[in-house]
Design a protein around this ligand. Structure first.
Ligand SMILES: O=C(CO)COP(=O)(O)O
Length: 247
């Protein structure tokens, strides 16, 4: 099944009002040739979601959501609020949330359901730590996260998976193409086993130190259907360079 790749930018805790210029530069550079290669999306901090979405230039996403619709949850943002602000996507279960905010697979699953309830596409992140990889536990860990973080009813239309090895995030290190292939093939198999043939259309993004210089090799790997890009998504030239790496 041929799947249109998605190259999504995760701006993390970066960006001020002035950053709308960089967002506009990304949209301006997304020409017909790039449109033929990949879809783009930008997930800025909450404070910029509405401002970016109002531009109507590219799909926008949040970086997290609460599982509930509303209520006494100081500092949290619901999926409905993101939808109201104009978001299309929301990232859930990023390793920085799993670590900094002790998010478990059960919490990530509840957030994924919240995303669907609000009409958002969930970008569900999974990935092993360095110790887990060197301990030979990568597929066990990723398999457990995939099983526990995805609700019944996961489809190609409501969910994107992002495989992000924790040790590759922000480090400049990346797994070999063979290692990426092993994990993506494994995730695909698990998805098809549980959700049926439709799961061949679920996009599985690779994330972790993706740059224009390594994008061509990583994006050519079987079952890699795009990228979730951190640092290199903050500069239009780098982010567009990743999309351009598609043949
Ligand atoms: O965590 C990531 C995207 O969600 C990857 O970050 P980097 O691209 O900065 O390594």
């Amino acid at each position: 099944m041929s799947v249109k790749p998605l190259v999504a930018g995760n701006w993390k805790m970066n960006g001020l009002k002035a950053s709308v210029a960089e967002f506009e530069a990304i949209a301006a550079g997304y020409d017909a040739a790039l449109k033929a290669k990949a879809e783009l999306a930008i997930c800025p901090p909450f404070t910029l979601v509405a401002a970016f979405a109002q531009k109507g230039l590219l799909p926008v996403g949040g970086q997290d959501c609460h599982a509930k619709v509303s209520g006494a949850h100081t500092g949290d943002t619901s999926a409905e609020m993101l939808k109201d602000a104009g978001a299309t996507y929301v990232i859930v279960g990023h390793s920085e949330r799993r670590t900094d905010h002790a998010e478990t697979d059960a919490i990530v699953k509840a957030k994924t359901e919240a995303a669907w309830r609000a009409g958002l596409i969930a970008i569900v992140c999974v990935g092993e730590t360095h110790a887990e990889r060197t301990g030979g536990k990568t597929l066990d860990v990723v398999g457990t996260q995939v099983a526990g973080s995805l609700p019944d009813g996961t489809t190609a239309a409501n969910t994107v998976i992002a495989y992000e090895p924790v040790w590759a995030i922000g480090t400049g290190l990346t797994p070999t193409a063979a290692d990426v292939k092993e994990v993506h093939n494994f995730i695909r198999k698990e998805l098809v086993k549980r959700f049926g043939a439709d799961a061949n259309g679920i996009r599985i993004l690779y994330g972790g130190s993706v740059k224009p210089s390594n994008a061509a090799e990583l994006m050519a790997v079987e079952d890699v259907n795009g990228a979730l890009v951190g640092g290199a998504s903050l500069k239009a030239a780098d982010f567009l360079g990743i999309a351009a790496a598609y043949k």
